[in-house]
Design a binder for this molecule. Structure first.
Ligand code: C5P
Length: 220
């Protein structure tokens, strides 16, 4: 295969981003963080006074911002209308509102088209991480991975990233977001039938990376 497409899905805090970036860098592939795109559109909606509790308002505004993702795994970027959004998309406000925005079908249609065009133009191939990549965005991916971990492990990792955030509060917020993402009608968080499930609870990041790299090489 000249070009390899890898889909990595799973709930928050399972190590998707760290794993996806490292695998892409090791194998010389592009990298796309689709969660960052949903965060970017959510940040634009909040900044522009769109009522994110109103799906009709979200649908109407969905096409307005221009979201551009840089796909270098060593330095991924995200801009909204030309502005660097990599900082503002990681706030707790965005994290708590992104599920409501990403559940709106008009938002998903636009972002999914963007994701497919980015994947189609990646020369050597791409690692795409998200929630519905294996099931909906790239159902013909060469390799699909579904990462899982216990809620405790996920909350501990995420509060480590947030430097000292309360583990119990982080755990509740993650569980709430995963429940919303898994139960929405359009393209919910789900494991594709042909995905390889990797439980990362007892694994180091390095072990997860090695496991995925081996699986990619087997399919190349
Ligand atoms: O991966 P991350 O936690 O940054 O994703 C933020 C949010 O974006 C998810 O909670 C989900 O609501 C949405 N998302 C999605 N589909 C994807 C990736 C992310 O709906 N493929």
């Amino acid at each position: 295969v000249e070009s390899v497409i890898v889909a990595i899905d799973g709930p928050a805090g399972t190590g998707k981003s760290s794993t996806s970036k490292a695998v892409a860098a090791q194998l010389g592939l592009s990298y796309l963080d689709t969660g960052a795109q949903y965060r970017a559109i959510t940040w634009w909606m909040i900044s522009n006074g769109v009522d994110v509790s109103d799906p009709a308002a979200i649908a109407t505004a969905a096409g307005k911002p221009s979201i551009v993702s840089g796909t270098d795994p060593a330095a991924p970027t995200i801009t909204v209308d030309g502005m660097d959004a990599s900082g503002p998309i990681r706030t707790q406000e965005v994290s708590s509102k992104v599920s409501a925005v990403s559940a709106v079908p008009e938002v998903r249609t636009l972002i999914t088209e963007l994701q497919r065009s980015i994947a189609a133009t990646a020369a050597t191939g791409i690692v795409v991480e998200g929630r519905d990549i294996g099931t909906t965005v790239l159902p013909d991916a060469d390799l699909k991975i579904f990462l899982t971990a216990s809620p405790e492990a996920r909350a501990a990792r995420r509060s480590g990233e947030l430097k000292g955030a309360d583990v119990a509060a982080t755990r509740e917020a993650l569980i709430k977001r995963d429940a919303a993402d898994s139960s929405r009608k359009t393209s919910p968080l789900a494991k594709a039938d042909d995905a390889v499930e990797v439980d990362t609870t007892e694994l180091t990041l390095q072990q997860v990376i090695e496991c995925v790299v081996t699986l990619v090489e087997e399919r190349r």
